[in-house]
Design a protein around this ligand. Structure first.
Ligand code: PGA
Length: 251
């Protein structure tokens, strides 16, 4: 049985004060949730205050990125152990914005996934094709490469969450149709089955890309969509809680 997850990726938004206010509203709005998990991913500077706000609640904490080394001379980077120490349960890895603007390669992402698992963090591994790749009809080969490279040598697959985020749908308002999304989610589950056998049935695959409370209902009705990774709509309590309500009502 897969339990649903809704994760809010706050990206580079919110001061400490704003983060506490938002985390508090999410905590108060999720006291009755069952069979699922709510995760928030504030920026690094707000992680500790967010943790203090949600620590005795149903909500758990994620970081948006990490380095794959334990420590060292990597100015500006954050080590996996630091994220554990600050109260993170999850870490988002390989988000398309990191791949695009910070040139993260599949090889780096693989090192990060392995290191996250080694220190006891659960990776939310992001994959997805660009608009150009979809037009060229290479979506499946792109996803196949991203997943196989990211998971190379990874054995604790039950701790990994996959997020399918078509790059053309992120922050654009152009959400994938439920049929388009389910097609890729089913394809991903097939790759996981090839790699890990029956355990693949238990791995959560989230959809991300312009999710709102108005479009999540249809997406979440699909068999292989187990939740959502939400950007823009995770910054407003009503919008985010509305998504959580829809998902918890349908899964
Ligand atoms: P969006 O972002 O919901 O604003 O499209 C999703 C994401 O980047 O995780």
């Amino acid at each position: 049985m897969r339990t649903w997850i809704v994760a809010g990726n706050w990206k580079m938004h919110n001061t400490i004060g704003e983060s506490i206010t938002l985390a508090q509203a999410i905590k108060e709005g999720t006291t009755n949730i069952k069979n699922g998990e709510v995760v928030i991913a504030p920026p690094f500077t707000s992680l500790y205050s967010a943790y203090e706000t949600i620590k005795d609640s149903q909500v758990t904490l994620a970081a948006q990125n990490m380095h794959y080394e334990d420590k060292g001379a990597f100015t500006g980077e954050i080590a996996p152990g630091m994220l554990k120490d600050i109260g993170c349960t999850y870490v988002i890895i390989g988000h398309s914005e990191r791949r695009k603007y910070f040139h993260e390669r599949d090889e780096d992402i693989n090192l990060k996934v392995k290191k996250a698992l080694a220190v006891g963090l659960k990776p939310i591994l992001c994959v997805g094709e660009t608009e150009d790749e979809r037009i060229k009809d290479v979506t499946q080969s792109v996803i196949d490469r991203q997943i196989k490279k990211a998971l190379s040598g990874v054995d604790k697959i039950d701790k990994v969450v996959i997020a399918y985020e078509p790059v053309w749908a992120i922050g654009t308002g152009k959400v994938a149709t439920s049929i388009q999304a389910e097609e890729v989610h089913r394809f991903i589950r097939g790759i996981l089955k090839e790699l890990y056998g029956d355990v693949s049935k238990d791995i959560r695959i989230l959809y991300g890309g312009s999710v709102t409370k108005d479009n999540i209902g249809e997406l979440i009705g699909m068999e292989n969509i187990d939740g959502a990774l939400v950007g823009g709509a995770s910054l407003k309590p009503d919008a985010f809680l509305g998504i959580i309500q829809q998902i918890s009502g349908k899964k």
